[in-house]
Design a protein around this ligand. Structure first.
Ligand code: AMP
Ligand code: MG
Length: 704
């Protein structure tokens, strides 16, 4: 399914025209466009709301943005109702029926109770509609439900039961009610569906339609709504909060999840309709409360008309366009090494928490001038971990390294610099006030940022976090990265390789590399050079990983199925980067999941992973942008190269110089293994002579 660029959530109302001041029980429209949540729009009447929606539909269509329009009332009635009323199971026949009969004046007065009477007369006994504002009007609509038997038609639809929605579309009064909204909403829907490019889910094919109408129910994000209301206080208008959060949630839920959900409606939905998001509460709640916005279709597009894009330009694009897709979780300090901090972390306590002594010696108050000093010693001593005692003016006390300074002590003299006799110490000045002590907070003050959001937590950070009183932190969930090898020639290590077959070298390498980079590597196996199988594997992978690395088949030849498939999504770009090694890379989105189509040659696959996929994946994982910091060292080799492209050579250090692998062949796997890093020759370089300084990037600088 194509992703939606814009989401509309309409909170409908059956009531009369509302006043000019925003309030509940009016109509609220929430819009999230290109990941941006707009302030909900308040509509005083159904006519006004319909006009706004028609305007939005034409505007989004004109801009080529795909629109999902959702409404918070049932699109259908329980099975059998339509046939009893119209003689047909077609839900649209029922929509026509209502549109032809419902009247809705501009002041909001309408005939919904009269229509309910008409409908009730089509069924034997009382009901199925019930509930009204006046006990003595509309005799064929009972005031209460008591006595109605739902044997000709069920009280609730299958999806109402599945999602535990409390109201029935036959209930016309008393909260929570949707019955009136259905009657007052279907005529609007029926007019909207006649506009060109509009499809109604789940009654019509929806995968490609520029505009899709669907039913939603705010109850699916009740947790997120409650949370938001508790933060926003008593003045918040629930309907307004709901539409904003629902639009945000539908915009941010992973596309693969939404697509699978929309594709798999039960049979009952053909007539009764279905609640979009029924059963997706956990995902929608998560998406509503701060889930990441989806990646844009053009996130891999390169500048038009440029034949060979320079490496730095391609990297700058990745940095700008890729956003964090990883969620968050709380972990203990012990589990946090190697994880990405999800927020700035503040010191809960100063380091050191109290002023203390930096040496073993004797503490007292104030500076001492030139000359000889003699001070009486108090009993006892202050050692690390002791609570501070009090030392009287003019006295000294024995102190040991790390001890909090006793009250009345701000200066310490080294034990080597004193003489002790008869309960006194004697020493020579001068000595500055504060000598040999550490100030409270001189390292870190309480409230200082100690770890920034996006930092990969190091063992040293654990010392800092622990020292400043932090025991648990919020980190990004590990990015799940799938690895798929493609090619008819590939067999698995350990299998019998026939003539013409080769062992899959890329997959084990890439899986191990991803794990070292801190991601959750997911083995997606091997795909033959066959489009249908590859498509199935990608579809399946997109539901369970956050990014995919494929190798092989990325170029533009007959058997390059990865790029051929991605190309059809309109969200792919074939990267011609001015780099060696590395043929074109195919970068694209598959159901919203970024795919890095790497070259098949193991050397090119590894270099392209380190140079492009590594920083891109870090960006998706919520980590700060970080380029490998190498160093300049004299070359132990000679080389000529073409100007205008960047080259990476397999290299390692020997005796303070960097040497490179004898062959530059892209299939020479032994050279990858021989190397301990890469020499990076920039675009301008043409001739390198022995002893010239070249840029060496040890594998470690890539985080390996
Ligand atoms: P391709 O990009 O599919 O045209 O492949 C380029 C070269 O890399 C061919 O010689 C392939 O056989 C080889 N190749 C592709 N995938 C792998 C792999 N997973 N392991 C080792 N060699 C591979
Ligand atoms: Mg191939």
């Amino acid at each position: 399914m194509k992703p939606f660029d814009t989401i509309l959530v309409a909170d409908w109302s059956a009531g009369k025209r509302a006043g000019p001041t925003p309030r509940k029980d009016a109509i609220w429209l929430g819009v999230t466009r290109d990941g941006i949540d707009e302030e909900p729009l308040y509509c005083r009447s159904r006519q006004e709301a319909e006009q706004e929606i028609v305007k939005l539909i034409s505007q989004e269509k004109a801009a080529g943005r795909r629109l999902l329009c959702t409404f918070d009332f049932p699109f259908g009635y329980p099975a059998g109702f339509a046939r009893a009323v119209t003689g047909s199971d077609d839900p649209f026949a029922l929509w026509d029926w209502f549109e032809a009969r419902i009247t809705d004046a501009s002041d909001g007065t309408n005939n919904r109770y009269d229509i309910a009477e008409t409908l009730n007369r089509l069924f034997a006994g009382t009901g199925p509609f019930w509930g009204k504002p006046h006990k003595d009007k509309w005799p064929d609509v009972p005031y209460r439900k008591a006595g109605i038997v739902y044997d000709q038609v069920a009280e609730k639809r299958a999806c109402d039961l599945v999602s535990k929605a409390s109201s029935s579309c036959f209930q016309l009064a008393f909260p929570p009610t949707v019955g009136g909204q259905v009657m007052m909403g279907l005529p609007t829907l029926n007019r909207l569906r006649r506009l060109s490019g509009v499809a109604v889910w789940p009654f019509e094919p929806h995968d490609e339609a520029p505009v899709v109408l669907a039913e939603i129910w705010p109850g699916v994000i009740e947790d997120a709504v409650k949370n938001a209301l508790s933060v926003q206080g008593a003045d918040a208008i629930r309907d307004r909060v709901q539409v904003k959060l629902l639009a945000a949630a539908l915009a941010r839920i992973p596309l693969a999840k939404l697509a699978a959900h929309m594709a798999e409606v039960p049979e009952a939905a053909r007539e009764e309709a279905w609640i979009l998001g029924a059963g997706l509460s956990p995902e929608l709640n998560a998406a509503a409360s701060g889930g990441a916005p989806p990646l844009r279709n053009d996130c891999f597009a390169l500048p038009q008309g440029v034949h060979w894009t320079p490496v730095d330009e391609a990297l700058a694009l990745l940095r700008r366009r890729l956003t964090t897709v990883a969620g968050t979780e709380a972990v203990t300090l012990a589990q946090s090494a190697g994880r990405v901090a999800a927020q700035d972390i503040y010191a809960a306590r100063a380091n050191p928490p109290l002023p203390n002594t930096a040496v073993d010696g004797y503490g007292f108050a104030g500076a001492r001038a030139e000359g000889l000093h003699r001070l009486p010693l108090v009993e006892g001593r202050a050692a690390a971990g002791d609570a501070p005692v009090e030392v009287p003016e003019g006295h000294a006390i024995r102190v040991l390294t790390g001890a909090a300074l006793p009250q009345g002590v701000d200066t310490v003299i080294l034990q080597e610099d004193i003489a002790q006799d008869a309960g006194h110490i004697t020493f020579h000045g001068p000595l500055k006030q504060g000598a040999n002590t550490r100030r409270a907070g001189e390292d870190v003050a309480a409230g200082d940022v100690i770890v920034q959001a996006g930092r990969v937590v190091t063992p040293a950070d654990l010392a800092l976090l622990s020292a400043t009183g932090i025991a648990e932190i919020m980190v990004r969930k590990r990015l799940r990265v799938g690895v798929l090898s493609t090619g008819d020639e590939l067999v698995e290590a350990g299998e019998n390789a026939k003539a013409g077959q080769i062992y899959d070298a890329n997959r084990p390498m890439l899986l191990a590399l991803l794990a070292q980079l801190g991601h959750e590597a997911v083995d997606l196996g091997r795909a033959p050079d066959d489009r249908a199988t590859l498509r199935k594997l990608l579809d399946e992978a997109a539901t369970r990983v956050d990014a995919i690395l494929t190798s092989g088949g990325a170029s533009a030849g007959d058997e390059d199925h990865v790029s051929a498939l991605l190309k059809k999504t309109n969200a792919m770009s074939l990267w011609r980067i001015a780099i060696k090694p590395g043929r074109p890379l195919a970068l694209g989105l598959w159901s919203g999941v970024p795919v890095f189509g790497l070259p098949g040659n193991p050397v090119a696959a590894m270099v392209c992973t380190l140079v492009f996929a590594r920083p891109a994946l870090a960006q998706l994982a919520g980590a700060q942008w970080h380029m490998p910091q190498g160093f300049l060292v004299p070359a132990a080799f000679e080389k000529r190269k073409k100007a205008g492209r960047r080259e990476y050579l397999r290299a390692r250090m020997l005796d303070g110089q960097v040497e490179v692998f004898a062959s530059e062949g892209s299939g020479r796997i032994s050279g990858l293994s021989w190397a301990e890093g890469l020499v990076e020759l920039d675009e301008a370089a043409q001739e390198i002579r022995k002893g010239d300084l070249v840029h060496y990037l040890p594998y470690g600088s890539f985080g390996l």
